[in-house]
Design a protein around this ligand. Structure first.
Ligand code: GUN
Length: 292
């Protein structure tokens, strides 16, 4: 059996087109365009690349972006001051503080300083808390986990009643992905570094989300035949045959898994594009809410 390969790039492109249309309609009513402020502290090369990609994607759909680049030794107080100024700026509908922050800074305090109405990453403790509670709705849902759910639905997965296994419990992906799956009425198991006999837990999964950051850790024989597999990992592995000296692989051994799964996301071109599309959609929704 060969799995259907879920084309995240194409699904994200559709979403971006819808956002562009929404922006156009909003601006046609005479209001200012949606605005996203990006806050990057320090010089982490991966973070710099992500922020650059996010700002470029904003420009492509008509969202204005405002980039703030702060030195690595910026104080806690100064970062929170920037966030508070952005909270008060009517041109800014979304505030994104790129994570991780440099060591020594209090991430939770920075995220808490963001107005929940502008928390387009969905990382404010109040938004996460609402995601975790029955009958409560967050204003924004974290972009990568939301993208995973969209991909599962587009691929035709039946989430209600499904056995879902999330490998990884990070604040950014694993935990919110598990909470979203619970909201979809799946039966969810969260696995992590202390999980006993991880392969046999994974083998129970109708839906498997891998978000651990370990190259090709999940092997083909860990996967239930016909399962939906969402690979969030983006790992560089040395590859002298490539001009840049490395290639990107996921947390799942794709070549093995594609022979067993029913549907699977590739890396790259699976979940990655959905994160940015989700951020654009959240920023548009925030701007729409200010005029509603
Ligand atoms: N670092 C890794 N992923 C993300 C994300 O989705 N948002 C932010 N702000 N930081 C990240």
């Amino acid at each position: 059996m060969t799995a259907m390969v879920i084309d995240g790039k194409a699904i994200a492109a559709e979403l971006r087109k819808e956002v562009a249309k929404g922006v156009e309609q909003l601006v046609a009513t005479g209001t200012i365009p949606p605005g996203l402020a990006t806050v990057l502290v320090g010089v982490n090369p991966a973070s710099q690349t992500y922020v650059r990609m996010k700002r470029k994607a904003c420009a492509e759909v008509g969202i204005e972006s405002f980039g703030y680049e702060l030195p690595v030794d910026t104080s806690q107080e100064d970062i929170e001051k920037v966030v508070k100024e952005l909270n008060a700026d009517p041109k800014v509908h979304g505030i994104l503080v790129q994570l991780p922050l440099p060591a020594g800074l209090d991430e939770e305090a920075v995220l808490k300083a963001i107005s929940i109405e502008k928390d387009v990453d969905g990382f404010h403790p109040l938004n996460i808390g609402r995601l975790a509670q029955k009958g409560r709705e967050p204003l924004f849902v974290p972009c990568t986990p939301a993208g995973c759910i969209v991909l599962l639905k587009k691929a035709g997965a039946q989430l209600e009643g499904a056995r879902a296994v999330v490998v990884g419990r990070s604040n950014i992906v694993g935990m919110p992905a598990a909470l979203l799956l619970v909201k979809e009425n799946a039966t969810v198991t969260i696995c992590h570094s202390r999980t006993r006999d991880l392969p046999s837990v994974c083998r129970e999964a109708d839906v498997l989300i891998a978000a651990i950051g370990r190259p090709e850790m999940i092997r083909g024989d860990w996967i239930k035949p016909g399962a939906y597999v969402i690979d969030v990992g983006v790992n560089r592995v040395d590859d002298p045959s490539r001009k840049r000296g490395y290639r990107l692989v996921g947390d799942v051994a794709f070549e093995e898994a594609v022979e067993v799964a029913g549907a699977i996301t590739p890396v790259p071109g699976g979940v990655g594009p959905m994160t940015i599309a989700g951020l654009l959609r959240n920023t548009l929704h925030s701007a729409q809410r200010t005029v509603a």
